[in-house]
Design a protein around this ligand. Structure first.
Ligand SMILES: Nc1nc2c(ncn2[C@@H]2O[C@H](COP(=O)(O)OP(=O)(O)OP(=O)(O)O)[C@@H](O)[C@H]2O)c(=O)[nH]1
Length: 819
């Protein structure tokens, strides 16, 4: 029910005739006249007076409104029902005027809940200026129509806890010739009388009327009879409503005024209280209105913040990555939101306004906090990742570990602080120290992890170096076991350890470790070096028997020039064996214990005495000295931790060694004897001399008759062929009797075969085919091959035997037999 005229006046039914508050109508009216934007710069004027006393006519002329007026020709009857509201046209600041239903009407009752009283109280509560319309002729009259009205006004005024000072403007209508100067005192006297007659609460018993009201009086000519004058006087009166709220203006003290945006709610609540017939506490009402309105504004601003595009984008972005200028952007959005609240709530009661602002701020900050935490999380993880990269780069660039760690930590923690400052929301001032602590912990943990990895890298590097520098040489030194082996190993260990330790200490210097930790690490490296030597020695001790056999074999089968030995019979096999065994025993004694601490021991002597030197006499003295020095599981001077081969094990190993080398020695002895036999093939010199002297005649006969020589030569060839065919020397190798038996079985077939071959060859000669003598060819071939096999052997007849035997006696053959 909103009406508008062409002049821009807008009016609405505020309260209908049944006392119903037109909420929608008022809200529409407020939007239409943009009342909410007025803040405190607005005034409310209301008019009350007897029914059909020309109120609407006056208001329409005074404020250019469009209230319904009674048609003059229809007679006096009620036109205005309830309360109407309109905006005054052309009056600044915005002035709202309310036209109240006329009093004294026959339609309403007289009790306290009468609409007349309720609307009067409402008008007093919300208006700055109340116009009281009265007929001029009612002034001074005892039964005047305005008296009950004034009584009502003064009575309801008491129901306001802290009444505001309202301007009561008495508008005298249809003024007579009596000038206003004469009328006014009479009117004021009437008013005073009514004030005095009104029962007042104890607190206001003595309070004068002027405490509650500014009383103004104006008189207007009759609109119906002197319209021109009426219009002129109304125009003058209109001037008084311009800037009515300014100091000294027509409006009252405006103590209970609520900001324009809260007008609708305030009016509604006041009407509600009045309808419930309760007293009106305006200050409390003001606070209540402020509370409700500020909350409404705050909720509105909160809602508009949640849908703010800029904020939504920022929130979405910060979920996935860090946003530059996050704090600045968010602070600005929050600031705008709070400023808007401030602007709208500025005229409401300060205490309420601030507390609601605080609540709004808290709610907003609660809303944005996850985004801030997310931002801090991004800053932390980004900083940490960048720290790791920079730290790695610094280390690769050769910077000392501790220095790099210190510089990178400082640099990235301060970068984190900078970025946190960038993310700080002005309104919140949240503390980022917990996230900073977490970053610090992550950084420290990473440094510790890298430190451990780098230290183990450096350690394993130097351990590898030590391993390379020690394992091979130690093996070589142990292989050439002698009295100097352990001194040499100790020297090698010392030298290599010193080299490694100096390099290791230099590498550790960058870590700036405390002295104790560094010493511990150096100590562990030294220990490792010893461990390498010990492990190598242990490994070699595990295959000492093979080493001993190798050494024995090498020494036994080779002469001083490392040439393979040929057992010609001149060698002293016993001495050679003893030397080789002593050397092998040295190997055993060297590997029996780890001697890195240069503490003398008698292992070598004990072993020599027990196994080599003392052995000759041992058998004879066995019955006398029953104590075996090797019958023990520990060496006297060596702790068990350093013992690799116990005395008992040495003994057992030596027995095994002897058993396994015995065959080689016996083979050598056999070879030597065979060699001796071969060398003794020719008869002794005296026999040769006897043969020459005694066979001189036969020799001369042969010289004289060459035919004998030819026969002898043929016989020799036959004999030689038989020798070769029957392998006579081979057959007799196993003894005389087996040789004779074997030859007797093979002789006849071989002779037959030989004769057959000769016959075939004779036949070949008879048929005139030139043919080589196969026996000669065979001999020539075998002779040359045997010469090749024997190498430097040059004896003629026995050379083949020697050469064949010589092959068997060579060092390699001996070795093969040992294996
Ligand atoms: N005598 C006289 N009559 C007037 C004056 N002004 C208006 N009227 C007449 O009084 C009658 C009622 O005028 P309204 O303006 O409707 O009066 P009202 O007080 O608004 O009436 P309700 O709203 O019903 O209480 C109309 O016929 C007017 O012409 C005036 O100054 N003097």
């Amino acid at each position: 029910m909103l009406s508008d005229n062409k002049d821009g006046c807008c009016s609405t039914h505020l309260i209908d005739g049944d006392g119903g508050f037109n909420v929608a109508g008022v809200d529409n009216f407020m939007k239409e006249v943009k009342l909410a934007e007025c803040g405190l710069s607005y005034a409310v004027v209301s008019i009350m007076g007897p029914q059909s006393s020309g109120k609407s006519t006056l208001l329409n002329h005074l404020f250019r409104t469009n209230f319904r007026e009674m048609d003059a020709y229809k007679g006096r009857s009620q036109t205005t029902k309830g309360i109407w509201m309109a905006r005054c046209v052309g009056i600044e600041p915005c002035t709202i005027v309310m036209d109240l239903e006329g009093t004294d009407g026959r339609e309403r009752g007289e009790d306290d809940t009468a609409f007349e009283k309720q609307s009067a109280l409402f008008a007093l509560a919300v208006s700055d200026i109340v116009l009281i319309n009265m007929w001029c002729h009612d002034i001074g009259r005892e039964q005047a129509a305005n008296k009950p009205l004034l009584k009502t006004v003064f009575q309801v005024m008491m129901r306001l806890f802290s009444p505001r000072k309202t301007t009561l403007m008495f508008v005298i209508r249809d003024k007579t010739r009596t000038p206003l100067e004469n009328l006014e005192p009479v009117l004021r006297e009437d008013i005073q009388k009514i004030w005095d007659s009104v029962p007042k609460p104890q607190a206001h018993k003595e309070t004068p009327l002027s405490e509650f009201f500014n009383v103004e009086v104006v008189a207007l000519s009759s609109y119906e009879e002197k319209e021109e004058q009426f219009n002129e006087q109304v125009a003058n009166l209109r001037q008084r409503f311009f800037h009515s709220i300014a100091p000294g203006g027509l409006a009252g003290d405006r103590r209970g005024v609520v900001p324009a945006s809260g007008f609708s709610f305030s009016a509604q609540q006041i009407w509600k209280v009045i309808k419930e017939n309760k007293d009106l506490d305006l200050p409390a009402h003001k606070v209540m209105v402020a509370t409700v309105r500020c909350e409404e504004i705050a909720n509105e601003k909160y809602a508009s913040f949640t849908t703010n595009e800029e904020w939504c984008q920022l929130e979405e972005a910060v979920h996935s990555h860090s946003v530059r200028g996050f704090g600045r952007k968010l602070s600005s959005i929050l600031d705008t939101c709070l400023s808007e609240y401030d602007a709208e709530a500025t005229f409401f009661e300060e205490g309420v306004r601030s507390s609601k602002r605080k609540q709004l701020e808290e709610k907003l900050l609660q809303l944005v906090q996850p985004a801030y935490q997310s931002m801090l999380g991004h800053i932390r993880s980004d900083t940490f990742e960048r720290f790791k990269e920079a730290f790695d780069k610094a280390l690769k660039g050769g910077k000392g570990f501790a220095l790099a760690a210190r510089e990178c930590t400082e640099s990235f923690i301060s970068r984190f602080d900078e970025e946190c400052t960038d993310a700080i929301i002005d309104q919140a001032k949240w503390d980022s120290s917990r996230v900073r602590d977490k970053l610090r912990r992550d950084v420290d943990a990473h440094i510790a992890e890298v430190c451990t990895a780098k230290l183990s890298e450096v350690t394993s590097l130097y351990e590898t170096k030590l391993n390379e520098a020690l394992a091979g040489p130690v093996e070589a030194l142990l292989d050439g076991a002698s009295d100097d082996t352990w001194p040499a190993i100790r020297k090698l260990l010392q030298r290599e350890t010193d080299t490694a330790v100096s390099g290791f200490a230099a590498a550790l210097s960058g870590f700036e470790m405390d002295e104790e930790s560094r010493d511990n690490m150096v100590f562990r490296l030294k220990d490792y070096a010893r461990g390498v030597v010990e492990a190598k020695t242990k490994e070699e001790a595990g295959r000492v028997l093979i080493r001993m056999k190798d050494r024995f074999s090498t020494l036994f089968s080779h002469d001083q020039d490392s040439m393979p030995r040929i057992w010609t019979g001149k060698e002293d096999i016993r001495a050679i064996t003893k030397t080789a065994r002593s050397a092998s025993l040295k190997l055993l004694s060297v590997m029996a214990a780890v001697r890195l601490d240069d503490e003398g021991d008698n292992i070598d002597k004990t072993l020599s005495l027990a196994l080599v030197d003392g052995r000759a006499g041992a058998s004879s003295a066995r019955s006398i000295t029953s104590v075996d020095p090797l019958a023990s599981s520990t060496w006297n001077e060596v702790p068990p931790s350093k013992t690799l081969i116990t005395p008992v094990q040495c003994k057992s190993l030596w027995r095994q060694f002897q058993t396994e080398t015995e065959y080689v020695v016996s083979q050598a002895i056999a070879a030597q004897e065979a060699s001796k036999r071969n060398n003794n093939w020719l008869p002794p010199p005296w026999a040769i001399a006897a043969m020459v002297i005694l066979g001189f005649n036969e020799f001369m006969t042969l010289l004289r008759n060459p035919l004998y020589l030819g026969v002898i030569f043929v016989a020799y060839l036959l004999f030689k062929a038989l020798w070769v065919q029957l392998d006579i020397s081979g057959e007799f190798r196993n003894g005389v009797l087996p040789g004779v038996l074997s030859l007797s079985t093979k002789l006849l077939p071989t002779v037959m075969n030989l004769l057959k071959k000769l016959a075939e060859e004779g036949q070949g000669v008879a048929s005139g085919e030139p043919q080589r003598n196969p026996a000669v060819a065979s001999k020539s071939f075998r002779g040359s091959s045997s010469t090749n096999d024997s190498g430097d052997v040059s004896t003629s007849a026995p050379s083949e035997v020697t050469s064949e035997n010589g092959t068997e006696y060579s060092s390699s053959s001996l070795h093969d037999k040992m294996q």
